[in-house]
Design a protein around this ligand. Structure first.
Ligand SMILES: O=C(O)[C@H](O)[C@@H](O)[C@H](O)[C@H](O)COP(=O)(O)O
Length: 255
């Protein structure tokens, strides 16, 4: 049974997530002198990023030793409204005293395949001989179709085992398809810790399906393929997102 933590609402989810970030950072720095974290895109983590840019986290985190990566990026320039990097920069990276050299963004302004290749090389340079890299903390979101990062149902990127990154195409809505770059499952599943951040009643149905394992083989959602070999996975969700799961007759539910 995955670890599920409930918070009353989106604000308390952001607070809980910021505290978990601080604890993971302190543990990693104590353990090996630095903290590598993968930020998630989407709207859910934005409140958490803003919390980290405020007291007490602003003062308590040793930002010089925090190294930022992304789980995925839309292939747009960094100042584009859809940029995951751009959103994190506004909420946190331009507010906290973070050395620019510690920020390893996905170069979304470049062609998808080139961007994916450069990002993979950046990861390989940072993690030296580690294959796959062991990131200290990976933050992930959950889409209503069960995707996470930019690993969408039926995507060939789900079967990528050689490369740590992949260029994907996705219909975000009406055409055109939106090119993206994503980390692949070998990297996600090598993480020391993963925290899924899920908020809102619109996620209640998919969250109940994703955490109520096991799924029939043909029915597995991408988020269910995130099963770190030895890392810890926590589903951090607010009450609205857990409403369906708590009604699901299965052992271990919260109520
Ligand atoms: O670039 C992205 O959009 C994310 O990587 C994506 O996987 C996101 O985390 C989910 O779609 C949830 O998005 P929300 O938090 O906006 O619901």
């Amino acid at each position: 049974m995955p670890e599920i933590v409930e918070t009353p609402d989106a604000e308390s989810l952001a607070e809980f997530a910021a505290r978990a970030f601080l604890h993971a950072a302190q543990a990693a720095m104590q353990n090996h002198g630095r903290f590598s974290v993968v930020l998630s895109g989407g709207s859910t983590p934005q409140k958490m990023y803003i919390r980290l840019s405020q007291p007490p986290y602003l003062e308590q985190v040793d930002w010089n030793r925090v190294f930022f990566f992304w789980g995925d990026e839309r292939c747009v320039p960094p100042d584009h409204a859809e940029s995951n990097f751009g959103a994190a920069r506004k909420a946190l990276l331009d507010v906290a005293p973070i050395p620019r050299a510690n920020i390893h963004r996905i170069p979304g302004e470049l062609a998808p395949e080139l961007s994916a290749g450069l990002y993979e090389q950046d990861l390989r340079d940072f993690f030296g001989g580690q294959d796959p890299p062991h990131l200290d903390l990976i933050l992930l979101g959950l889409g209503e179709d069960g995707h996470t990062a930019s690993l969408f149902p039926g995507s060939p990127a789900l079967h990528e085992v050689e490369h740590w990154t992949a260029a994907v195409m996705h219909a975000d809505g009406p055409p055109p398809l939106v090119p993206r770059v994503t980390l692949t499952l070998p990297v996600l599943n090598a993480a020391h810790e993963i925290i899924f951040l899920v908020s809102g009643e619109n996620k209640a149905s998919i969250l109940a399906r994703v955490v109520s394992l096991p799924s029939p083989p043909g029915d597995i959602y991408p988020a269910q393929l995130v099963r770190p070999v030895s890392g810890r996975v926590t589903w951090l969700a607010d009450r609205a997102a857990l409403a369906v799961w708590k009604k699901t007759p299965a052992e271990g539910n919260l109520e």
